[in-house]
Design a protein around this ligand. Structure first.
Ligand code: ARG
Length: 491
């Protein structure tokens, strides 16, 4: 048997069916490049620690760079994972007496955990950038719609007038918390398990701090058992991703509703629409529907991860291999959903007239009318609520006479005799003035919203520079790794 892993202890090979069942090769495409980095850093460190000879180190590094260049396609897929396939390819290239020394003081257990963390941190950094992109677009479109009136909803029933800007900023704020959660998760992802070996560390004098820093990690996953066995960082990330997708699914649902003829609040760009194979007139918001649907992928991945990790004894168990693809599925779906949502929001046409027309239907100014009675006729809110509730059985546009008639029934007194005038009622029923009055923090008044927009723009700038810092710090470490690699090769 030529299989470098099985030839010792095992005497038969898995057939194709068994191999398909046990192999992680297809999902390992996600970590091929990370695996090369891990091999390079480990090899350099082995040489620095005097564990392998300089000339062997040089040959291994050259082999690894060649493998990196050839890409994953050149690897043998009949191995059970990328790590062993890559090592086998290296041994083919440089011989076992050299290549067979690379795995000293290491296990695939610390190797795979390190690879997953390297790839995932990159994905998270890209996601952070994409999220700021989407938030930026929401804030941008909010700035253009500070005065665009629309009905706000509770229970999907017309509730009170608000503005489209207020509505868009609500989504932007939810996504800002998502960004914060991605960053938090990143801080627990970016830790190095390398050097933990199988789980009990190793008797070789490894320099864990060195590989940690060459690979751009923030610090060590210290306890070697914890380092190889914990996948809480995957569960945490999947949960963060699921939350993002839930938020996006809510936006997607609104896009679907708003695109309907009944609402006609927005029209998606044709790019994001599909048509019917039988009904030639149809323009369907398929992209938004799919986004709603794809949120199921993220929730499903989280559930899978939780279930796979539950009840596993320390330390490494092969079940963990089954956990990993879930995070790739989820991160891929979520990242593309964030990008697509950005495009949909950026390009959609807003029908301000339809929104305005709907902003007062359904007596959306009823609350302000009741509040006006409280403020200007000095009656308790609960009483005003009853009076306006009775008036709401009518056409939603009550006159002072209508109000006086109902008030006489309810409290035995006209509100006009308590100071309420027709002008006050006109003002209360005006949706624009409704909005203007809602000027306490977080309200939809144009002044308040303009301030909120400025504040969020500044926050986004600060976040974007924080993301560049994180990217730069990883890049600097990897540049250092490649420069050490270069210096360790005797051409
Ligand atoms: N493919 C494996 C995984 O994803 C790598 C680690 C294998 N370790 C082992 N002891 N069989 O988890």
């Amino acid at each position: 048997m030529s299989d470098i892993l099985r030839r010792g202890r095992l005497s038969s090979t898995p057939d194709e069916d068994i191999l398909n069942f046990t192999s992680s090769m297809s999902a390992d495409k996600w970590i091929f490049e990370a695996d090369v980095l891990v091999d390079l850093a480990h090899t350099v460190m082995l040489k620095e620690q005097g564990i392998i000879r300089e000339q062997d180190c040089s040959k291994i590094l050259q082999g690894l760079l060649k493998i990196k260049e050839e890409g994953i396609e050149s690897l043998d897929y009949s191995y059970e994972d990328i790590h062993i396939s890559l090592e086998s390819r290296l041994i083919d290239m440089v011989g076992e007496d050299v290549g067979g020394r690379m795995h000293s003081g290491r296990s695939r257990n610390d190797e795979v955990a390190t690879c997953i963390r390297i790839r995932l941190r990159d994905e998270m950094l890209s996601l952070m950038e994409e999220l700021t992109g989407l938030r930026n677009v929401l804030i941008d479109r909010a700035s253009g719609n500070v005065d665009t009136l629309m009905p706000g909803f509770t229970h999907l029933q017309h509730a009170q007038p608000t503005t489209f800007a207020h509505h868009l900023l609500a989504h932007a704020d939810a996504l800002s918390r998502d960004s914060g959660r991605v960053k938090d998760a990143f801080s627990r992802i970016n830790k190095s398990p390398l050097g933990a070996a199988a789980f009990a560390s190793t008797g070789f004098n490894l320099n864990r701090e060195r590989t940690c820093s060459l690979l751009g990690f923030e610090s060590l996953m210290e306890n070697s058992m914890d380092a190889v066995s914990s996948r809480d960082f995957l569960i945490e990330t999947a949960s963060v991703l699921a939350n993002i997708m839930i938020n996006l699914s809510k936006m997607a649902e609104e896009i679907v509703i708003w695109s309907s003829t009944e609402f006609s609040f927005i029209e998606l760009d044709d790019m994001y629409a599909s048509t019917s194979s039988i009904m030639p007139q149809k323009k369907n918001p398929d992209t938004a529907e799919l986004m709603r649907g794809k949120s199921g992928v993220a929730t499903g991945s989280l559930m899978s991860l939780l279930t796979i990790c539950k009840g596993l004894p320390l330390s490494y168990n092969r079940d963990l291999q089954e956990a990993t693809p879930n995070i790739w599925r989820s991160v891929e779906t979520t990242r593309s959903a964030v990008r697509i949502m950005k495009g949909m929001i950026e390009t959609m046409k807003v029908n301000g007239d339809a929104m305005y027309r709907q902003s007062t239907t359904g007596f959306t100014t009823a609350t302000e009318l009741a509040d006006t009675m409280v403020r200007l006729a000095d009656i308790p809110f609960r009483t005003a609520h009853q009076i306006v509730g009775v008036l709401a059985r009518g056409d939603g546009n009550p006159s002072l006479e209508d109000i006086d008639a109902v008030a006489s029934d309810v409290i035995g007194e006209k509100l006009s005799s308590r100071g309420l005038t027709a002008d006050m009622i006109t003002e209360a029923l005006d949706p624009v003035l409704n909005i203007k009055k809602r000027s306490i923090p977080g309200g939809p008044s144009p002044d308040e919203i303009s301030g909120a927009i400025e504040k969020r723009k500044a926050e986004l700038e600060a976040e974007m520079s924080g993301i560049s810092d994180l990217n730069r710090s990883i890049e600097t470490s990897l540049e250092e790794l490649f420069s050490v690699v270069d210096k360790s090769i005797n051409y």
